[in-house]
Ligand binder design. Structure first.
Ligand code: 1CP
Length: 348
């Protein structure tokens, strides 16, 4: 899949070029949370779908919102529209999103809770998500990459322990104590995440990103054991079954430890948080990031200036332009467009 060619160009365009260390014809660019409530066309589809969860499992509508940002902007990649909490949901935990309050998820706080979960393979949820991947791939232009994703085990576990968004203190406590149920939960999430990413790749995702948004909670042995080792096992497990599948690791907030994330075998790029300059780390893989999403709230002039400063730090051969975290609610779509145009013009 990743090497098939059409029109003389490799499938997947500039994004896959940078991930696979080929020379891209332009700086690849996409935005975390590029589909979402800041776009009026997203809000319209979301209303038709009913709830956010209904939208995630409606392949026609999920595929539509996956593609919407590429209709508006000259981007290089679409990211599958789903959520990191699809994994625990597909394992049997109830999930809903309360308006304005974020996710409400069933909890896992013991070995009994963990053992009650089912494997996600073959679940309704995963079948629907994979159908979204197939539909989206079949309607995307050949030079646009389709990115699949899952959450990092630490981040997903933190939601499972708390039953939703939290300060992650209960998960941290379990990590410090190495509670056997928590260690087993992380191991289980490694296994299920491998299955989930392999299913997405087989359905047509050409690269995958692991979102460990709360990785910066941990340091030292805990960072190694609950963030870096599990991610490393996922990368190895996925690439054993889908050889050469490019992987982007977004372990947000780990600062100088990004060097360790970049050195994990099989990793093709790391996503870097806004707080760390792209010229402050010396690694052998591509860097993705890291415009501050807050800069997009500051108007077109500021956003353009900051975006060009990010690009000035790194050549396009090693860079995937993105934000340091997701687009914020309240972002003006015109400002996103101004950033895309500025990055494109700077290379002309
Ligand atoms: O319709 C809506 O308004 C719901 C808002 C929304 C959206 C658009 C949520 C709720 N999730 C998503 C989609 C989503 N989530 C995508 C796909 C589309 C894209 O990027 O364009 C992805 C990759 C995610 C990943 C995700 N979900 C993360 C990791 C990335 C990050 O932002 O740190 C996390 C932590 C979640 C959990 C989540 N999903 C949604 C909410 C409100 C939350 C909780 C966030 C928190 O605890 O702060």
């Amino acid at each position: 899949m990743i090497d098939s060619r059409k029109g003389g160009k490799p499938l997947g365009g500039a994004l896959l070029d940078v991930l696979l260390k080929r020379t891209p014809d332009r700086r690849p660019m996409w935005f975390m949370r590029q589909a979402g409530r800041y776009l009026p066309e997203y809000r319209a589809v979301r209303q038709r779908a009913g709830s956010f969860v209904d939208l995630c499992y409606n392949p026609e509508l999920a595929s539509e919102v996956t593609i919407q940002p590429l209709r508006r902007y000259d981007l290089d990649a679409a990211i599958l529209f789903a959520d990191i909490l699809v994994v625990p949901h597909a394992m049997g935990l109830p999930l809903k999103f309360e308006e304005g309050e974020g996710p409400v998820l069933g909890t896992v706080r013991s070995l009994d809770d963990l053992n009650a979960l089912r494997p996600l393979v073959g679940s309704y949820e995963v079948r629907q998500v994979c159908e979204t991947v197939r539909l989206t791939r079949s309607s995307l232009a050949h030079d646009k990459a389709l990115i699949g994703f899952c959450g990092g085990p630490w981040t997903v576990a933190s939601y499972m322990v708390a039953g939703g968004s939290s300060d992650r203190v209960d998960a941290k406590l379990a990590a410090f104590r190495r509670d056997p149920w928590f260690v087993a939960l992380i191991d289980r999430l490694v296994v299920e995440s491998i299955e989930y990413l392999v299913a997405q790749a087989e359905a047509g995702a050409q690269a995958v990103q692991i979102f460990d948004s709360w990785a910066g909670d941990l340091i030292g042995d805990q960072l190694q054991e609950f963030v870096l080792d599990p991610i490393s096992r996922i990368v190895a497990g996925v690439q054993a079954r889908v050889p050469g599948l490019p992987v982007i690791v977004f372990a947000r907030g780990i600062g100088s430890h990004q060097i360790k994330a970049a050195a994990l075998p099989g990793v093709n790029a790391i996503g870097v948080e806004t707080e760390l300059g792209l010229d402050e780390i010396d690694v052998n893989v591509a860097l993705q990031g890291n415009l501050d999403p807050v800069a997009l709230l500051a108007g077109e002039d500021v956003a353009r200036r900051e975006a060009l400063m990010v690009c000035a730090k790194i050549p396009k051969e090693r860079h995937i332009f993105n934000l340091g975290h997701g687009i914020r609610l309240g972002t003006d779509p015109a400002v996103v467009g101004a950033v895309v145009d500025a990055v494109r013009r700077s290379e002309a």
